[in-house]
Ligand binder design. Structure first.
Ligand code: F6P
Ligand code: MN
Length: 313
């Protein structure tokens, strides 16, 4: 799908990319509607206008928090696809049943890192898509995952289990292909460490010291989506939000944050672990389930698993 030398460059948009992969039409629809929802979300982030665009003034004069607005925009579009069984949103403490016979269910974080909006740092939307009605399944059951990064550019990265692909929003607010089949190298020299270092356990401290000794550069924004996107697009490195002293399950949520990212990173040849096992094999205990995470270049993730095995078990 690259342009021939000397030929007129053409742009592959998201819909065409999905069509050419012969993805299920309803799955294509869900992904496409999520992409459309992101247009309204980026518009609200950029203009600061809340509760207006894309919502048909449904929310009237009330000014919504951006994350609540993002949630409503996505929820409305998803409900209207007619193919959704259940919706689990980080903004909601219950799973909502739309249609028990629906074909797909989604778990999503509508606006991850929303506390970074006021300081104008990048934020994102993260979505996992399951077949059927069971969103409380391990991440290995995901049929698709995507995130949208609202940065200086707005990009969308998706997988349906056939590689991980990056798209960028153009002036017409359409997503066009930037990079197909992104690949992450075995090891890297950037790291993005979440949590506070004085709370690190011995194995995590040893891991981070080793990264520093190897000359790895610390590159951390505090937003999970841009931090993961950096590892994926640079094609190497590791992100961690580990178990901490006093916070043994870490901070990030399995359903809304970790599983979709683990699927995307694995599809790019990387790995995602909670320090003991693959993130995608963790059985969710509830919608708010948190897990430690080490995600990115395979050898780096294997290294921290080994340190945890030898120093902490
Ligand atoms: O929603 C979780 C989140 O905002 C992520 O985007 C980010 O990785 C993490 O929290 C940062 O958390 P904290 O600043 O509390 O360590
Ligand atoms: Mn979040």
């Amino acid at each position: 799908m690259t342009n021939e030398p000397g030929s007129t460059p053409f742009q592959v948009d998201l819909r065409r990319h999905l069509r050419e992969r012969e993805e299920d039409r309803d799955l294509t629809r869900v992904i496409y509607e999520l992409a459309t929802a992101s247009r309204y979300i980026i518009n609200s982030i950029r203009t600061g206008e809340l509760g207006v665009a894309g919502t048909s003034n449904l929310y009237g004069e009330t000014q919504l928090e951006l994350d609540v607005l993002a949630d409503r925009i996505i929820r409305k579009r998803m409900t209207h696809t007619g193919v959704i069984a259940c919706i689990a949103s980080e903004e909601d403490d219950e799973i909502q049943v739309v249609d028990p016979n629906g074909k797909y269910s989604i778990a999503y974080d509508p606006l991850d890192g929303s506390s970074l909006v006021d300081v104008n740092l990048a934020v994102g939307t993260i979505v996992g898509i399951y077949k059927g009605a069971d969103v409380l399944s391990p991440g290995r059951e995901l049929v698709a995952a995507l995130y949208v990064l609202y940065g200086p550019r707005c990009t969308l990265v998706y997988t349906t289990g056939h590689g991980t692909h990056e798209f960028a929003m153009n002036a017409l607010m359409e997503y066009t292909l930037v990079q197909e089949d992104i690949k992450i190298a075995e090891t890297g020299n950037i790291y993005a460490p979440g949590g506070t270092r004085n709370k690190y356990t011995p194995a995590v401290e040893a891991f981070v010291s080793d990264l520093e000794d190897r000359g790895s550069k610390l590159r951390y924004s505090g937003g999970f989506v841009p931090d993961i996107n950096q590892v994926l697009i640079k094609g190497h490195g590791v992100f961690l939000y580990p178990h901490l002293k006093g916070l043994p399950r870490g901070k990030l949520r399995l359903l809304y944050e970790l599983n979709p990212m683990a699927f995307l990173i694995e599809q790019a040849g990387g790995a995602a672990s909670n320090g003991h096992k693959r993130i995608l094999d963790v059985e969710p205990e509830g919608i708010g389930h948190c897990e430690p995470v080490f995600i990115g270049s395979k050898a780096d993730v294997a290294k921290v698993e080994e340190l945890i095995r030898t120093l902490e078990s």
